[in-house]
Write a protein that binds this ligand. Structure first.
Ligand code: RFL
Length: 402
């Protein structure tokens, strides 16, 4: 039996993926009255509850505000302006707020995604199709590319013929893989390290972010709200989360974050426990024909420096504005400069992530030379005001010239 002919629809922009990048692009297009449709393989409920990032930089919040996308964030976010290294049983507080007058916002990614979906679909009346299957791209090098998917309700393939495809489908999506070999360069870096990412149903154990630098491995503590706290424990890459029962997790956290004169950690049930292998990649350029990659689809930064969602938002601002200018004013300068403009910030953040990894992981590397240099790097932050100021700028993502 011949398969039924796929149905075809004409649209202007197809956005693949409803994460922070895709939803922000879609909201910008919708506000500029540019026709678009968002395709997402998961359900709305799933993406609105998937725990991930939390730390958002000031410029990113300003960008969301300017586009009318930060009401929930402005009402619900906390701010952070200092952190503490815990090392050798002592605390070293780094007050970057005092130093710079700036801070981070902390707003869980699922809340931001919920706000962005609501604004796009419910307020701005945008078209979003959840739980689509087997998404494929077509004819990307022509001026009438297409994206097709299998409709979960009918089981039939549906084709969206369009002018632009925004590939915002994250690290495991299909748009990056649809670029033929050799047409873009993919730079990769593997840290050879795993992090056990944990969410504990417990109030924060400190009034600030904690980074434990310990011979057994890195440990981190970050508030995510009054009743939920994120913790990280360095572990071997590919480790099985089942190797980390409740008692072992809290024993290691107490050991690696322990310091004289600090209150005990506030323990709670572990509601998320997964191993992240720390690796990065960057796709250059982030464009192939009429496909424009944005966010994790175009570059992955291991969560060492909490930069991934910020980069996704940066791309989305650039790409959303650029497509809107091209469609509404026939101005293609933004699209021509998109990849270059995005990659400047991407490489800057990759470099900082690499630098920070040296501090976090050097003492546990088993290499006494690396341990020595990483401690020198750490000490310098507390002895050299110039080094501290440079670090604060990178940590905040506040350097002006991107
Ligand atoms: P996302 O969020 O992965 O969204 C991609 C969406 O595409 C869907 N999808 C598809 N849709 C259609 N067709 C397909 N074939 C598809 N394949 C996938 C997916 O279901 C999903 O809904 O990518 P985006 O928008 O680029 O956003 C990137 C951020 O999510 C990511 O960089 C951050 O979460 C990274 N990150 C952090 N970033 C920060 O800036 N600050 C942080 O504090 C921070 N903490 C973290 C993090 C990432 C973590 N994990 C889980 C890797 C903490 C953790 C634990």
């Amino acid at each position: 039996m011949t398969p039924p002919t796929p149905s075809e629809e004409r649209r202007t922009v197809v956005v693949v993926g409803a994460g922070p990048a895709g939803l922000t692009v879609a909201n910008i297009l919708r506000a500029a009255s540019v026709d678009c449709v968002v395709l997402e393989t998961e359900s709305r409920q799933f993406i609105e509850t998937r725990p991930r990032a939390g730390v958002i930089e000031e410029w990113a919040v300003r960008g969301l505000r300017q586009r009318g996308l930060a009401d929930g964030l402005s009402a619900g976010a906390q701010t952070h302006d200092e952190f503490e290294f815990r090392f050798g049983g002592e605390c070293f507080r780094f007050d970057y707020g005092e130093m710079t007058g700036r801070h981070h916002y902390v707003y869980p990614q699922p809340l931001l995604v919920t706000d962005l979906v609501r604004e796009y679909a419910d307020v701005r009346g945008g078209d979003i199709r959840f739980a689509v299957r087997d998404v494929r791209t077509h004819d990307l090098e022509t001026d009438r590319p297409a994206v097709s998917y299998v409709d979960p309700a009918t089981g039939r393939r549906h084709v969206l013929r369009c002018e632009f495809v925004a590939g915002c489908d994250g690290a495991r999506g299909v748009t990056r893989d649809s670029i033929p070999d050799g047409r873009v360069r993919i730079a990769r870096h593997d840290y050879g390290i795993g992090w056990l990412a944990l969410l504990a149903e417990a109030p924060p154990s400190s009034d600030c972010v904690l980074f434990g630098v310990h011979p057994d491995g890195f440990a981190g503590h970050m508030a995510r709200g009054p009743e939920v706290t994120r913790y990280y424990l360095q572990c071997p890459p590919g480790d099985d989360p089942e190797n980390w029962p409740h008692e072992r997790v809290w024993t290691e956290l107490r050991e690696r974050l322990g310091a004289a004169g600090t209150p005990p950690l506030r323990e709670g049930r572990l509601i998320e426990k997964r191993v992240l292998d720390m690796h990065n990649y960057v796709v250059e350029p982030m464009v192939f024909g009429r496909l424009f990659l944005a966010g994790d689809a175009g570059h992955l930064t291991a969560p060492i420096a909490a930069k991934g969602m910020n980069l996704a938002l940066h791309d989305a601002f650039l790409l959303g504005d650029a497509i809107a200018a091209r469609v509404t004013e026939d101005d293609d300068s933004g699209l021509r400069g998109y990849s270059h403009a995005s990659l400047r910030r991407v490489w800057d953040y990759q470099e900082f992530s690499e630098f920070l990894s040296g501090i976090y992981h050097g003492t546990a590397s088993g290499d006494p030379f690396l341990a020595g240099t990483s401690l020198a790097r750490l000490r310098r932050l507390f002895t050299s005001p110039a080094a501290a100021a440079a670090f604060a700028e990178q940590y905040l993502g506040s350097a002006a010239a991107f």
